[in-house]
Design a protein around this ligand. Sequence first.
Ligand code: ZN
Length: 312
Amino acid sequence: MTERAYVREVGLRDGLQMVKTVLSSDRKLEWCCGALDAGISEIELTSFVPAKIVPQFADSDEVFRRANETRTNGTLSALVPNLRGAQRGMELGVGKLNYVLSASEEHNMANVRRSTDESIADFGRIVQLRDAATGVGVRLGAGIATSFGCTISGAVSEQRVVAIAERLAALGADEIIVADTVGYGDPAQVKRLMSAVVRAVAPLPVAAHFHDTRGLGLANVAAALDAGVRAFDASLGGLGGCPFAPGATGNIDTEDTVFMLEAMGFDTGIDIERLIALRAKVERWLPGEKMGGAIARAGVPKTFRMPVEKAA
Ligand code: ZN
């Protein structure tokens, strides 16, 4: 039996927060639904931050409501940096909220103006809010940014990242997301740290969020697979960045990540040709943005077996 691996599309959030073109709600919806139709199981649709901070996300509530009405499969999630964002997400009925804090104190201060400890305490309050709510409980991902190093403070201790992961797990996270926000990680470091986090929070699922800033994105995915990680954030055409991580352009590319996972024998449930077609659309919508990706450029090799054929 083929082992399952998951790819979460974060282009609408991590990708769009840095691009110059403000994409219309209709196009965001088309991107989201196109990715769900291709078989992506989770779309991180937006970030619940004030519109004055990221104008691209001014229509977040509307985009979420419409996507939620239209979709027939998959999970819609949103990134939340604080309790207020989580409240907004829960009121809207978002199925999954991915909270994020930074392992680097300086990065956390720049991003959300509080210490990492205060952000961990905020996550506890979000869990309480979730548990107090009636009806279907929202799932909570807990992300640790700058886990592999920080553009402001440099090295981040691996023990510190593991300790933060343990605290977030103990507070009630449904998933731990370890993020190389600024693209500093290398495969040896990834294998070491991801193995330690996977061990520390087992059986909780651990996802990885890599940027391809220095060309090691997919090598880091391979190292994380070795460490037992089976879920990856990626962005169509490799769009991405962070307002407080200069030069951190480029999430790992969704199409290339899906290709690598499928080629290695994992079942992603994703139709790569549909992803390539969607990427071409998004590229047209964002004139002047540099989109990466080897598979869109070169096509899948003749030896590549599509998921449907595998099933036969
Ligand atoms: Zn990122």
